[in-house]
Design a protein around this ligand. Structure first.
Ligand code: 16G
Length: 245
């Protein structure tokens, strides 16, 4: 890293100069996407500046989404995201969507169990207060890149054992013959706040898409009520429009 001349060259706060050198190193490929940043202590020694200054520069780049801190393992250069083109007219699952693109999915579970429904769930799923709802909260990751936080609520009638869902929810629903055949989805813009931002590896305030999906069986019964938060920088939703007759 070209940090030697930091003290000498130009005017302005040191941390801004360091931030610029780090940014240049990322842009020029001296620091590759996915690379770990040297420990802050080493950077401080090497550039002959204080650790506070280093921390301030790194904090800025984390906030801007160029670097990400991973607990216990260090600070890394964020991979630039090529957007996922997602059709808005097909009722597919996340696992299927990613498999089609050759990506492996995994999840960090945030919640998985049976609960009594919240008022929102009672309304959406048409359930009484004493019913049971399976809640599946997941951070959805494709090839190491977190893409979305999804919180699905399913009537326990269709999913009596949520612990049995280890990967795809739709595959699990297939097994109980309750995979949805129709869904209504609404998408709205939002700004991603913490703790969601840090889970998704984006800066606080980044653009997000808040998506709500209500899915139905052929009989017309609601199966799924899912609220998700997608990274705005990772998704491009595409719909085909036809002239109405
Ligand atoms: C998609 C759906 C979500 C569904 C999930 C099932 C959106 C916004 N959401 O992510 O509602 O629960 O797929 O995926 O499209 P899975 O079968 O891989 O668990």
């Amino acid at each position: 890293l070209p940090l030697e001349g930091l003290q000498a060259g130009g005017s302005g706060p040191l941390y801004l100069k360091l931030r610029q050198s780090l940014e240049d190193a990322i842009q020029s490929g001296k620091l590759n996407h996915g690379d770990a940043l040297p420990p802050e202590r080493d950077l401080a020694d090497y550039a002959n500046i204080s650790r506070v200054t280093v921390r301030k520069a790194v904090d800025d780049l984390v906030r801007d989404g160029l670097l990400v801190r991973r607990h216990g393992s260090g600070t890394f250069v964020v991979k630039p995201v090529s957007k996922v083109q997602q059709s808005l007219s097909r009722l597919t699952s996340f696992t299927e969507d990613m498999a089609r693109r050759g990506l492996n999915t995994h999840a960090r579970w945030l919640e998985r169990g049976l609960y009594h429904p919240s008022p929102d769930e009672m309304m959406a799923l048409g359930l009484p207060a004493d019913a049971l709802v399976a809640r599946l909260g997941r951070l959805r990751i494709a090839d190491d890149m977190p893409l979305a936080i999804e919180r699905a609520s399913i009537s326990a009638e269709f999913l009596p054992d949520p612990q049995a869902v280890t990967s795809s929810l739709y595959t699990a629903l297939d097994k109980t013959r309750s995979r949805p055949v129709r869904a209504v989805q609404r998408i709205s813009a939002c700004n991603i706040k913490d703790p969601d931002a840090s889970m998704l590896g984006v800066a606080v305030g980044s653009a997000g898409l808040s998506i709500e999906r209500v899915s139905y069986l052929a009989s017309g019964r609601v199966v799924e009520f899912t609220r998700s938060l997608y990274r705005g920088d990772a998704y491009d939703f595409v719909a085909e429009l036809t002239l109405s007759e």
